[in-house]
Design a protein around this ligand. Structure first.
Ligand SMILES: NC(=O)c1ccc[n+]([C@@H]2O[C@H](COP(=O)([O-])OP(=O)(O)OC[C@H]3O[C@@H](n4cnc5c(N)ncnc54)[C@H](OP(=O)(O)O)[C@@H]3O)[C@@H](O)[C@H]2O)c1
Length: 325
């Protein structure tokens, strides 16, 4: 089969579409014939040599895929050869075939095409596990989503809205109209406006109940300032650095909490539990159209370098997909 390999870490042209050995399904795994994968921010870091795959994961990038089950390993029940699926991966999605632990498979939701289903697993699992399972977002609360135009952000806007929250986003203003269409009640241009002031203004001074943050250090103090009493800040990205000072007094006065999580390195059983929760709670929202895949562009897998350039530019809204014919 062919896969996107990284012979030497570097810029987008470090991605090379090359012949590699076929994967075999181990016990508890299936092999998926990939129809599409999606570019995640983490893939850019992996390409640069900063985010190696966890032990046991395929060497190729790609944290999610859609496709058709081609082979089934020992001890797998409930899945059949020929079934259309999408999957959360620890790596290897940028390939014609990938071995997947069966607990990370999801059916293609009703009403979603096989290619576009590749836009869902990573964002659905990340957003649901952090915003719903960990932070416990409730109906009527305010959710602040940083980077509303990202793959993660466009999904969080829709899920938060579908759950009855008021969603506020930060994003460049060129993306605001699209984010309002997806359900955002307020959009803040973080380059022109102070998001703490804006969040306070639109919540009558209360602040955000839940914040989904991708910036890390550069936003930590302002995120704590933007939290409501009892607020929950969940950091999932460090685009603004990893080390910052945390004012525990400010947190304590608000009885607020800060958490930081990563999905890729979790044990298989935890990933399977998240995937099961997504299937039960999120897939019905996708099937009834309340939450949709947001696809900026579909490019052939061999053009992965161009897809990375696009994601690096931040000019995309939602997901950039890589397809295999
Ligand atoms: N921990 C986990 O398990 C996990 C899982 C998945 C993703 N993530 C993280 O989630 C983040 C989003 O991932 P993705 O693949 O969806 O990213 P993406 O589509 O590449 O989007 C990145 C976004 O960052 C925004 N941005 C840049 N500077 C900003 C700032 N100062 N304030 C607000 N937004 C800013 C850009 O929007 P503008 O054009 O508006 O600037 C862009 O939309 C990444 O940091 C990724 O590492 C974490």
């Amino acid at each position: 089969m062919r896969a996107i390999t990284i012979p030497e870490p570097g810029g987008p042209d470090a991605l090379v579409w090359a012949e590699v050995p076929d994967p075999e399904p181990g016990p508890g795994e299936v092999v998926v014939h990939v129809r599409a994968s999606a570019v995640n921010r983490a893939d850019l870091l992996q390409r640069q040599g900063h985010y190696p795959p966890p032990p046991g994961a395929p060497a190729y990038p790609g944290l999610e895929c859609s496709g058709v089950i081609g082979a089934i390993g020992a001890d797998v029940t409930g899945w059949a050869v020929g079934q259309e699926v999408c999957a959360l991966l620890a790596g290897g999605g940028y390939a014609e075939r990938v071995a997947v632990p069966a607990g990370q498979l999801l059916p293609v939701p009703d009403g979603v095409g096989l290619v576009d289903a590749a836009a869902l697993p990573e964002v659905a699992c990340t957003v649901w596990s952090n915003v719903v399972r960990l932070a416990g977002l409730a109906k009527g609360e305010t959710l602040l989503v940083h980077g509303g135009g990202s793959g993660i952000g466009t999904f969080a806007v829709q899920l938060g809205t579908a759950l009855g929250a008021t969603v506020v986003v930060t994003a460049r203003s060129a993306k605001h109209e699209r984010l309002r269409e997806l359900g955002a009640a307020h959009a803040i241009d973080y380059r022109e406006q102070d998001f703490v002031e804006e969040v306070r203004r639109v919540t009558d001074g209360r602040g955000a109940d839940v914040i989904l943050d991708i910036m890390g250090a550069s936003y930590l103090a302002r995120n704590v300032a933007a939290l409501a009493t009892g607020g929950r800040l969940v950091v999932i990205g460090m685009q603004g650095g990893r080390k910052a000072e945390l004012d525990l007094g400010a947190l304590l006065a608000k009885r607020a909490s800060v958490a930081a999580t990563a999905l890729r390195s979790r044990p298989l059983a935890e990933k399977a539990a998240i995937v099961a929760g997504v299937r039960e709670q999120v897939w019905p929202l996708v099937a009834d159209g309340a939450v949709r895949p947001v696809v900026d562009r579909r490019l052939p897998m061999a053009e992965a370098a161009d897809a990375h350039r696009l994601v690096e530019s931040n000019d995309h809204v939602g997901k950039v997909l890589l397809t295999v014919d």
